[in-house]
Design a protein around this ligand. Structure first.
Ligand SMILES: C[S@@+](CC[C@H](N)C(=O)[O-])C[C@H]1O[C@@H](n2cnc3c(N)ncnc32)[C@H](O)[C@@H]1O
Length: 303
């Protein structure tokens, strides 16, 4: 992998502020990634606090361990954040003071051609966060019916030419299977009308790659299952959940599930509207541009 690539944590200052970190607290970083958030969280929990770090990607978790080390106040779990309750039980923790999710893919994963996440790095179509999982991007692209692909592109990629791209993929894979990122990027690019390609600011394959990744990893399903349990896992009152989403479908789930918790009397919204990165952050780190952060706090349990 390209050693010059670094992952810059997004909305770090806002995450630290809204998790209300203090020495002695117990916090979960549900998406450890390259450890940008985790390292900064840990500094503020010391002395006396504990940090529990999860990632579904074993390679990312191993790299993170090498970076942060194995001090007694950090525990690592190769786990999906939708299994938060099981992880806490395994860690011997009760309820926690806060949990952070920074969704999606890290710059390190994107930069590694072997992981197949990026249309501008030639590699096998993989895109699994968890390489022990059965379904790969190659399976989705070559086996799913065109109608299902179109639905994926529309729902997870906000792709206006979803049907057209799905039909182009179905035709291409009849000739021979689409096995690599550059083959898929080429089929997608050719399927788009030239006028659209000229207008669009993003690379033509961006939305399709995002959509396939979300489908391969069932990312929206994990997020829904996380919200089924998060308020049981937080100290009430006062425990906080902070979620940074990069895609409208994700952000919609976060918004709806937090509203539901408010209606059920379980939470209050700390930020009425989602927070966005400052213009200075977007300029320094263009990857942050689509980030939206939502924060809620657990209320006292009824009865
Ligand atoms: C955007 S990166 C996080 C970057 C991290 N906050 C940092 O500052 O370095 C997202 C990470 O979450 C992991 N991930 C995505 N979905 C997950 C899930 N459902 N459960 C656990 N980890 C997940 C990915 O493998 C990736 O490493």
């Amino acid at each position: 992998m390209d050693p010059s690539v670094a992952h810059v944590p997004v909305m770090l200052g806002e995450a630290l502020e809204h998790l209300r970190l203090e020495p002695g607290k117990v916090i979960v970083d549900g998406t450890g990634g390259a450890g940008g958030h985790a390292g900064a969280l840990l500094d503020r929990l010391r002395p006396g606090g504990r940090l529990i770090v999860l990632d579904r990607d074993l390679e990312a978790l191993e790299r993170l361990k090498a970076r942060i080390g194995r001090p007694g106040d950090v525990r690592y779990f190769y786990a999906n954040f939708c299994d938060l309750d099981q992880v806490l039980a395994q860690a011997g923790e009760g309820q926690i003071h806060g949990v952070l999710l920074d969704l999606g893919v890290s710059s390190l994963q994107l930069a590694d051609p072997d992981r197949g996440f990026s249309f501008d790095r030639a590699g096998r179509l993989d895109m699994r966060f968890d390489r022990a999982a059965a379904l790969t991007a190659e399976d989705v692209v070559n086996r799913w019916p065109a109608e299902r692909l179109a639905e994926v592109f529309r729902r997870y990629g906000d792709q206006p030419f979803a049907r057209r791209i799905a039909a182009a993929i179905a035709a291409a894979r009849q000739r021979r299977p689409i096995r690599t990122t550059d083959e898929l990027a080429e089929v997608v690019t050719r399927a788009l009308p030239p006028a659209h390609r000229r207008r669009e600011r993003l690379h033509p394959a961006t939305r399709v790659f995002q959509a396939v990744r979300i489908a391969v990893n069932d990312e929206l399903g994990s997020l829904e299952r996380f919200f089924d349990k998060v308020f049981d896992c937080l100290i009430s009152p006062g425990g906080r959940v902070v979620v940074i989403a990069f895609h409208s479908g994700e952000d919609r789930i976060v918004k709806n599930r937090l509203r539901e918790a408010v209606r059920a009397g379980r939470a209050r919204l700390v930020t009425a509207k989602p927070l966005a990165p400052t213009p200075a952050e977007v300029q320094a780190n263009p990857r942050s541009r689509s980030a939206r952060m939502r924060v809620a706090e657990a209320l006292a349990a009824a009865g």
